[in-house]
Design a protein around this ligand. Structure first.
Ligand code: ZN
Length: 58
């Protein structure tokens, strides 16, 4: 499974990885602002998507 966090306004991806991170920690790292579109972000506006990998290894 991978976790993805993206800006709700433009879809810019702040975080993508296997570790679940708190939206607040990720937002703090980008100064609560989207680097791509400049939208001010709060954790309530933040979307967290959890995606399953397709499960095939070879
Ligand atoms: Zn954005």
């Amino acid at each position: 499974m991978t976790y993805e966090m993206a800006c709700v306004s433009c879809g810019y991806q702040f975080y993508s990885g296997f570790d679940m991170k708190s939206p607040n920690d990720v937002l703090k790292a980008v100064d609560f602002k989207c680097k791509n579109c400049g939208e001010r972000l709060s954790s309530s506006k933040f979307t967290v998507e959890v995606r399953k990998t397709d499960g095939s290894f070879f």
